[in-house]
Design a protein around this ligand. Structure first.
Ligand code: SAM
Length: 292
């Protein structure tokens, strides 16, 4: 399938007011992924080179095109490839929500498109006054969706630039960040603190990186530690509360992830959710909605 046919096939299936989606998910050329981000195209290459046929099709689109490598040890910002000159910073829309993107921000551009359905579900589940804790928040996309439904959000991340980006995303959508909470630091540390203080949330989002170090340099791995994370988070969940537990850890099977989540909160009901329709390649993302 060529690129314009792939775009044409995606467009009618997208939710309204959405201009960011996966065009090719490694299904035509293994290791080659193409995302549409507003008028720009972003190609990600994992352990492969840009196919000549795709390079020609990218030039023919007349759109600004950037390319980045997703190889295991290479973490670099996208490089300009072809098309009209374009600002590195721009906006995308998803379900009518606007997000700031940055091609110059390094390895990640501001939003993970594979979480689109989960962001919509968070927005659907939240009500005015729902208290939501968004851990490993990155640019706060889940907080923003919750806030747009009237939730009072707490956004937690190790990196101050991510929290600042999250506040700017709120402002862009007419949400006042001063009416929300932003905490810098290690998630496990904050979860212990919330539990000691007896602080409870109606909803918690857990979307950690596969591998991380806490502030003291201790290593944290999804395959080993997710159950403990769920247990710690469950201690800060209000009665009747829900959690979104998700990971993009490829080493973990869906069944093993479900067991890990269940081990952290044995009395909860678990419901698995699929990836968005445009991610039709590898089924790597695990998503479980946990209801107490
Ligand atoms: C996979 S991204 C999360 C994506 C985010 N949930 C979203 O949907 O946009 C991981 C984030 O976790 C943060 N992080 C990594 N280790 C952390 C830790 N120990 N405590 C708090 N944040 C951490 C990183 O700074 C990064 O922003």
């Amino acid at each position: 399938m060529n690129l314009s046919a792939a775009i044409a096939a995606r467009l009618p299936k997208l939710p309204p007011a959405t201009d960011a989606y996966r065009v090719l998910d490694g299904t035509v050329w293994p290791g080659v992924f193409v995302d549409a981000l507003a008028d720009r195209l972003l190609v990600s290459l994992r352990d492969t080179e840009l196919p000549q046929a795709l390079a020609e099709q990218l030039r023919a689109t007349g759109r600004p095109v950037f390319v980045k490598r997703l190889d295991k040890d290479v973490k670099e910002a996208p490089q300009y490839f072809c098309g009209p000159e374009a600002e590195l910073q721009f906006e995308i829309s998803e379900n009518g929500v606007r997000y700031l993107m940055d091609m110059g921000a390094g390895y990640s551009q501001g939003i993970f498109l594979d979480q689109r359905d989960n962001r919509a579900e968070v927005r659907r589940r939240c009500r005015p006054g729902t208290t939501l804790l968004n851990t490993f928040a990155y640019t706060g996309a889940f907080s923003l969706c919750a806030a747009l439904s009237g939730a009072i959000t707490t956004t937690l991340d190790l990196a101050q630039p991510c929290l600042t980006w999250g506040k700017r995303n709120m402002e862009l959508n007419g949400v006042n960040p001063d009416e929300h909470f932003f905490c810098k630091g290690d998630v496990l540390h904050w979860l212990e603190r919330f539990a000691r203080q007896g602080r409870r949330f109606d909803a918690i989002v857990l979307d950690p990186p596969t591998f991380s170090r806490d502030e003291k340099g201790r290593i944290w791995r999804v395959e080993r530690d997710y159950g403990k994370l769920v247990e710690k988070a469950a201690a800060s969940l209000a009665p009747g509360g829900w959690m979104l537990c998700t990971t993009n850890c490829r080493k973990l099977s869906h069944a093993a992830f479900r067991r890990l989540v269940g081990s952290g909160c044995p009395s909860a009901r678990l419901k698995s959710a699929p990836m968005p329709f445009d991610f039709d390649g590898e089924d790597y993302l695990k998503c479980i909605w946990l209801q107490t």
